[in-house]
Ligand binder design. Sequence first.
Ligand code: GLA
Length: 397
Amino acid sequence: MTDRSPWPEPAVRAADQLRAASGAEPEQVWFAPGRVNLIGEHTDYNEGFVLPLALPFGVGAATRSRDDHLVVVRSGQADGVVEIDVAALDPASEDGRVEGWGGYAAGVAWALREAGHDLVGRSGVDVFLDSDVPSGAGLSSSHALECAVARALLGRAGLEVDATELALLVRTAENDYVGAPTGIMDQMASLHGLDGHALFLDTRSLEVDPVPFDAAAHDLALLVVDTRAPHALVDGEYAERRSSCEAGAHALGVPALRDVTVDDLDDALARIDDEVVRRRVRHVVTEDGRVLEVAALLRSGDLRAVGPLLSASHTSMRDDFEITVPQVDVAAEAAERSGALGARMTGGGFGGCVIALVLRQDVAAVEAGVRAAYDEHGFTEPRTFVVTASAGARRVG
Ligand code: GLA
């Protein structure tokens, strides 16, 4: 195999694990990134707008054919070997289910099989995975794993599937096999990611419009604060938000909240009796409006003006959608107080990461400000790092 130096670290490590286990070279090596969402939270399952970007971190997957017809998956981050008999997968039966982290890989194999893709007809496959996406931090580590496995299984079987079609299949895996009622944003970000760009995505048409996001070129940095408050999407809160949004759309007689604009909002709210549903609707409708504004600012090159919209998004998630926790509120407030142009929680909520748009010269001050606030509150020390918009899922070897 050729030059390994430009490979992302997890791809290098996945290939090394395969070599160590089998003494042979990988047939193929793939990489799929995690994401941060710049803005547009809980809008995707309302058929609205989102603006994520793919991270430099992700999941590497190295493959090698086997003599049988199994998919056998190992991960550098977990113990154990997951043996998947693709033909026997069935989310509705106990025997056909794979639990734990292997369930994400099995879900993808199941969704691809259901769509008619023959992954193991010729032979089975060993898949060695390795990740550098912090797990449980709201940076989409599980979607990165699913997208890496999907690309690796298809690639090894010589099958090509368009990125958007694959994102839909990965969502099916997540919704119908894993059982998490997530939307389409994370898979689209991982599969369509583009260096130096955020992805403006219309989740109804599934049209992707990359918009330039090169913070460094504007003397800015996108700082991520991993609050280390663990978040989990499979719990009831995410599903509960989804049903409130559906109740809102139903009360307003529209197919989805995407169909309500900021201009219609006051009239729409007056027609909703339930106070909680009213607040959920207000978040989604104003958030869609903010995504459109941020996308327009990025297109016109006015990155600094994005800051206040990020902060407004945070306030809306805190007060109207009620998906923040004290650690993320403190991080967002402290970042702003220490000089960030704007800050917001990113991802599904109830923990995870905060992003802050910061002048490059202020990064250290903002990091110090957040750490000091955490210390004062007695919270676990946060991790902070600067990220750049990076390329999406790809074959690297
Ligand atoms: C999770 C889901 C996404 C999206 C976000 C909230 O990341 O996977 O589909 O709903 O939460 O914006």
